[in-house]
Design a binder for this molecule. Structure first.
Ligand code: ZN
Length: 180
């Protein structure tokens, strides 16, 4: 079978809620004075990743598959959306190669939470943590990052020769050190 690749892009934005509560980001609960408004748990990063996965296989997007108007998805755990998108990806014969993401917000500071988010996302996507990137950007006090959080995600899917070697390689532990 020939080796082939697909790429998908996802974007999402949620505004901060007036109520305090838990902030969910990348499948991780982050202590913050403000939570994000949304029908589900409003995990803006997982929503962007879900749309990137769905987009890569030409499937309908998150809002079409799981409409906010449907009470089934009220307060939904967004990890479930990612799992559903992954299931479709695998059913279509694709493997996730890697995912690269950017979260845009001025608060909270995401640096202390990035490792946990990468781990959570890698578990959901069934890939090694090195295949997951979570980058954070601020907008230096300019809107919309003061009023909410947005996220972008790009995923690469692979199929065919090379997947086996890729999977074996992904089992090797990695030891990241700065300045290497
Ligand atoms: Zn969303």
């Amino acid at each position: 079978m020939a080796y082939s690749m697909r790429i998908g892009i996802g974007y999402d934005i949620h505004r901060f809620d007036d109520q305090s509560g838990q902030l969910k980001l990348g499948g991780v609960t982050i202590p913050h004075a403000r939570r994000l408004a949304g029908h589900s748990d409003a995990d803006v990063l997982l929503h962007a990743i879900t749309d990137a996965l769905l987009g890569a296989i030409g499937a309908p997007d998150l809002g079409e598959l799981f409409p906010p108007s449907d009470p089934t998805y009220r307060q939904a755990d967004s990890r479930w959306f990612v799992e559903q998108a992954c299931r479709r990806v695998h059913q279509a014969g694709w493997q996730v190669g890697n995912v690269d993401t950017t979260v845009v917000t001025d608060t909270p500071t995401l640096t202390p939470h990035k490792a946990k988010m990468r781990q959570a996302i890698s578990r959901l996507l069934k890939v090694h943590v090195s295949a997951v990137s979570v980058k954070a950007k601020t907008t230096e006090g300019l809107p919309p990052a003061t009023q909410g959080i947005s996220a972008q995600a790009v995923v690469l899917l692979t199929k065919g020769r090379g997947n086996k070697r890729r999977r074996q390689g992904s089992r090797r532990p990695i030891h990241l050190r700065p300045g290497r």
